[in-house]
Design a protein around this ligand. Structure first.
Ligand SMILES: O=c1[nH]cnc2c(O)cc(-c3ccc(F)cc3)cc12
Ligand SMILES: [Mg+2]
Length: 214
């Protein structure tokens, strides 16, 4: 069952990866998910879309909502400029513990700051941590929190003209209230990138990119 996936993945990683190599860690996780059991990482196909958006945005301050095992945190951190700040928020302490070890083994500790707690409680703390705004936000946590968390980010003044919101799973499992909100909001310019559910070629999913125009 999916229950315990993170622990089985960590055991596999401990036995197989080359320490200090983020790309090898990413490839190892994808291989496990294709050959042993799939986990809810964004995966290699949607991951490439995320990579391209990060590279085109060239963000210096980034937020990820939903760390899980740290896979997308590594994909994002791998493409950030030197002087950037990257925060990832995870509410499940067991998942966070696995992500911490995976990020450490990949040698990316100094690029990624993980916060453990509910996103609705963590978001209001960023101004106090010296964050003026986020250039890019990757939303990949609980689908019912997509809309309230983006609303909270704007309320907290953490979005600036040009800030990019990248949302995973807008088709499967889907976040219909978020899609309806962001596509009908004149403050956002949205683009849909049709793709497939991670590790499942036969299932449609998509990534939505929404640029905040304020
Ligand atoms: O809960 C999720 N959070 C973030 N990303 C997810 C994601 O990419 C996939 C899934 C998921 C995958 C297969 C399935 F049969 C049911 C749900 C869940 C999440
Ligand atoms: Mg996802």
């Amino acid at each position: 069952t999916a229950e315990g996936f993170h622990l089985r993945l960590l055991e596999h990683v401990r036995k197989t990866v080359k320490p200090g190599d983020a790309s090898n860690m990413i490839a190892t996780i994808d291989n496990y998910c294709y050959t042993v059991e799939s986990g809810m990482n964004v995966g290699d196909v949607k991951g490439k879309i995320l990579d391209d958006i990060v590279l085109e945005t060239n963000p210096t301050t980034v937020l990820e909502l939903g760390t899980f095992c740290g896979y997308s945190a590594l994909r994002i951190a791998r493409n950030l400029p030197e002087n950037s700040r990257f925060f990832t928020v995870e509410f499940n302490p067991e998942h966070a513990a696995v992500a911490k070890e995976i990020i450490h083994t990949a040698g990316m500790d100094d690029k990624i700051q993980m916060l453990i707690g509910p996103s609705q409680e963590m978001i209001p703390q960023f101004k106090g941590m010296g964050v003026s705004h986020f250039d890019l936000v990757f939303v990949d946590h609980e689908k019912d929190l997509y809309k309230p968390d983006v609303i909270l980010l704007e309320k907290e003044g953490l979005l600036k003209k040009g800030s990019v919101i990248v949302a995973d799973n807008v088709v499967y499992p889907g976040s219909p209230d978020y899609i309806d909100y962001v596509r009908n909001n004149p403050k956002f310019k949205s683009t849909n990138y049709m793709s497939e559910l991670e590790y499942h070629k036969d299932v449609v999913d998509a990534i939505e990119k929404s640029i905040y125009i304020g």
